[in-house]
Design a binder for this molecule. Structure first.
Ligand code: 26M
Length: 822
């Protein structure tokens, strides 16, 4: 009986309560009589954690014993959000917990919301990594994530007088979801020099010597799959001074500061997540983070492989490593270094192993986001790696020269080294050369990288090295967890929850589009979700919003290419139009709530200006008595994963309006449609495939096409720039100080009127405004709107990360699932 109890954890309400009480009274040393929500959260988390540990151990044992190929997903970001709700749903015991907590006088929703988001990421790239981990576990793939254990995640955003303020996000205190593995450490070397000599066999040896050593300590996080025992591992590395680093000599001599300084500099490596997305700044600490994490992860992977005693040539049959953007490109160089310098393989033999092992996913075409590191910086920090990079490049350029003789321009274009002053290492080129597959994240994006930034490489390697894997989202978090009511309604119609693991089953919903009772249920759920968001808005901003108004949402990182400025100019246009109307005309206006959310990188002034403008427009519009319910503007502070779970189910329409050709994929577009919202968008990223799937009658598309963007940009400079007439009215209002001091927004309007309108805001303004008029018109026809909503959800099956993972597994990794049994 004892065995059963301890191995099963709990499987019903009574057993859950027993575990909860045990954890509160013993693990937490709290009395049940002063158990607050925070203690109830901790107790519940610990009870579920026990459940996960059992499956986690089983999974790891089985994967080790079975000894088949594993996937390693290297990402500097994992934007996980909260873990408890996910754990409860994945092990299928949320109802037991709900009932048990109710017995103790708690609402489960209040307990769930006690948890601090794990926000180790900026936006799309980090959230994609989290969704992929969920699908890997759910599909029983033997897979590990490797990342950094930042002490500070993405900053917390506060809005003060309309301005963004950044508050540090210290999140690690009593985090029950991580397990320190103090016994799993790796010494990581930096700086120093390379000594070259001949060994006793006459072989040339390179020895990297005299550097500084920093210790990497492993922290493991269990990743449970949905409805399976498979619980994979996310290993996050934390930096620590190696024992040699704390200088007791200095300390005893009274030089406390310098003794502690060395230690602190080591611990700084994993201290903070860089808060830029889509911008590369070339800071040394960032390069240190990258190498620290790549070297620790590779050491771990190689150590695991060596235990199997296989020949090195079998390494790619046991190991697939996926690079989430170029951030982990040094892993390619590090593996080559391990194989030739430490394990003594020949260069060519090693390089074949390396390229068979790695795959590289590109997430951007924006030139300012492509990683480049100064050669001097690299030489100083990683002298041996720079030599290897030069050799990789030499052999590569030699092979290119053979195929394209006398094409010196080609050589200069594809070289890993950019011959500028200072010279730079182009990480994307290194990632392509060192991988067997390179993929983009949506069809248009994959086509664009082949036609533009990587064109030469397609010629060199042929088209087979380049492929597309269109992004997705996990339906567990983004439908079942975020929108339990809709998930339950769908389950009722489809006869169960199988759609959560086979999202294509949603297509069976189309049969019910005309079912009156079903439509009413569908509409009621959307209203209920809007009411929840309205309540959240009231609680956090003090504003009352009409829950029957059209909720128009744009939540994502603030970036010029994502064009929140287009949205807010559209809102101003709407405001001016309503102000100019007669009372009778106003009666016909469809009431709207424009909801914004998102963080600006702390150094991105234009993005911060956009936030400032949104907030100033909000404070003018929201207190204009003439406007009332017809228009409200809301900026939701500190947008993050757990807020997205409230916002996505509550939207009527969401905005995915990037300049065509700039958004690699976008994934929030998928979250909104899957939750029954319609979208307004440009022909960009995954919007195009969403349109293909749901049908063009179910999406509001507008704006310039990607193929016309270059030409328009050129014309802005070489013929007279004509500001759109309606946009000019908007600018005039801003310039008349209608939304505060016009000087605050001068740079924003000037970037359009005077500096070439790079993002085509003026070109697209008219069609944007006109398309919003169609949105209003369609929204008034409730039945038509509902039909679009239901049909769209029914056709979203393609956008599950389960499909994404199977595509990576088949076409890039060549790995098979492994089920975990009792
Ligand atoms: C680079 C250098 C220094 C510091 C930070 C960075 C950096 C961090 C994050 C650069 C890019 C980062 O993320 C880019 C990103 O989120 N890209 C998004 O990826 C999503 C998933 O594929 C796509 O859906 C989005 O379209 C794409 O913008």
């Amino acid at each position: 009986a004892w065995r059963k109890y301890s191995a099963a954890g709990f499987s019903n309400k009574e057993e859950f309560e027993k575990e909860l009480v045990r954890h509160i009274e013993t693990t937490l040393a709290r009395s049940l009589y002063n158990c607050d929500e925070s203690a109830a959260y901790s107790g519940t988390a610990l009870a579920f954690r026990d459940r996960l540990i059992i499956d986690w151990n089983k999974t790891q044992q089985r994967q080790t014993f079975n000894d088949q190929k594993r996937v390693y997903y290297l990402s500097l970001e994992f934007l996980m959000g909260r873990a408890l709700d996910n754990a409860m749903l994945n092990v299928g015991q949320k109802e037991a917990a709900r009932d048990g907590l109710r017995d103790l006088g708690f609402r489960i929703e209040d307990i769930i919301s006690q948890e601090h988001d794990a926000a180790l990421g900026n936006g799309g790239l980090g959230r994609l990594a989290a969704c992929l981990l969920d699908s890997l576990a759910t599909l029983n793939y033997p897979a590990w994530g490797y990342g950094l254990r930042y002490r500070y995640g993405i900053f917390k955003q506060e809005i003060v007088n309309g301005y963004q303020m950044e508050i540090p996000d210290y999140w690690l205190d009593n985090n029950p979801w991580e397990f320190p593995r103090h016994e799993i450490t790796v010494d990581i070397q930096f700086y120093g020099c390379v000594r070259k000599y001949q060994d006793e066999n006459g072989r040339i040896v390179h020895s990297w010597e005299d550097g500084e050593i920093v210790q990497a300590v492993a922290y493991d996080v269990p990743i449970p799959g949905y409805g399976t025992k498979t619980t994979n591992n996310l290993r996050l590395w934390s930096s620590k001074a190696s024992s040699g680093e704390f200088d007791f000599q200095k300390f005893n001599a009274g030089d406390y500061e310098s003794a502690v300084a060395d230690q602190q500099s080591a611990e700084t490596i994993s201290a903070v997540l860089y808060p830029n997305d889509n911008l590369e700044r070339g800071k040394e600490l960032r390069l240190k983070q990258q190498y620290f994490w790549c070297a620790a992860s590779l050491y771990d992977i190689v150590r695991r492989f060596k235990k199997t005693k296989r020949a090195w040539s079998e390494f790619p049959d046991q190991v697939a490593i996926q690079l989430n953007d170029t951030h982990p490109t040094l892993a390619i160089v590090e593996l080559q270094r391990i194989l030739i310098d430490i394990e003594g393989l020949e260069w060519d033999e090693a390089w074949v192993i390396v390229t068979k092992t790695f795959g590289y996913t590109n997430h951007t075409v924006l030139p300012e986001a492509l990683e480049k590191w100064s050669v001097l910086l690299m030489q100083n920090l990683l002298p041996r790696h720079l030599q290897i990079i030069y050799d990789v490049n030499l052999f590569f350029l030699q092979s290119v020269e053979k195929r394209f003789p006398n094409d010196r321009n080609m050589l200069a274009r594809v070289s890993v080294i950019e011959e500028t002053h200072p010279k730079m290492v182009r990480m994307a080129h290194l990632a392509i050369i060192g991988s067997h597959k390179v993929n983009g994240v949506a069809e248009l994006h994959s086509d664009l990288i082949k036609a533009t930034i990587f064109k030469d490489f397609v010629e060199i390697y042929g088209p087979d090295r380049f492929t597309n894997v269109t992004n997705g989202i996990t339906p567990r978090r983004w439908l079942h967890q975020a929108n339990p009511k809709l998930s339950a309604l769908i389950a009722e119609k489809l006869g169960g929850y199988e759609f959560l693991t086979d999202l294509t089953l949603l297509d069976k919903l189309e049969a019910f589009v005309d079912d009156k009772a079903f439509r009413e249920d569908w509409a009621r759920i959307k209203s209920a979700n809007k009411l929840l968001l309205a309540r959240y808005i009231k609680d956090t901003t003090g504003f009352d919003v009409n829950p029957n108004a059209l909720f128009d949402v744009q939540v994502k990182r603030i970036h010029e290419y994502k064009r929140q400025q287009l949205n807010i100019f559209g809102v101003i246009h709407r405001y001016l139009s309503i102000k100019a109307m007669s009372a009778d005309e106003r009666k016909k206006v469809v009431p709207r709530v424009s909801i914004f959310g998102g963080k600006a990188a702390p150094g991105y002034w234009m993005a911060k200006t956009v936030i400032h403008l949104i907030n100033n427009v909000a404070s003018v519009v929201n207190k204009d008595p003439e406007i009332g319910d017809l228009l409200k503007v809301i900026f939701i502070e500190d947008y993050n994963v757990s807020k997205a779970e409230i916002i996505c189910p509550a939207s009527d329409i969401s905005e995915h309006i990037s300049t065509a050709g700039t958004e690699a994929s976008g994934t929030s577009n998928m979250k909104f449609v899957l939750n029954g919202g319609l979208i307004i968008g440009t022909c960009d990223g995954a919007n195009i495939e969403i349109t293909r799937e749901i049908g063009e009658q179910n999406i509001f598309l507008f704006g310039t096409l990607a193929e016309d963007v270059e030409d328009l940009r050129h014309r802005h400079f070489y013929s007279d720039f004509q500001l759109d007439a309606q946009l000019e009215r908007v600018f005039n209002a801003i310039k008349e100080d209608m939304f505060g001091d016009a000087a605050d927004f001068a740079a924003l309007t000037a970037s359009i009127e005077e500096h070439g309108d790079y993002y085509l805001v003026s070109d697209d303004f008219n069609s944007y405004v006109t398309t919003h008029e169609m949105v209003d018109e369609t929204f008034q026809n409730k039945e038509k709107w509902l039909a679009k909503s239901i049909t769209s959800v029914a056709r979203m099956g393609f956008f599950s990360t389960d499909r994404v993972i199977n595509e990576y597994a088949d076409s890039i990794w060549n790995v098979e699932p492994l089920e975990v049994k009792d």
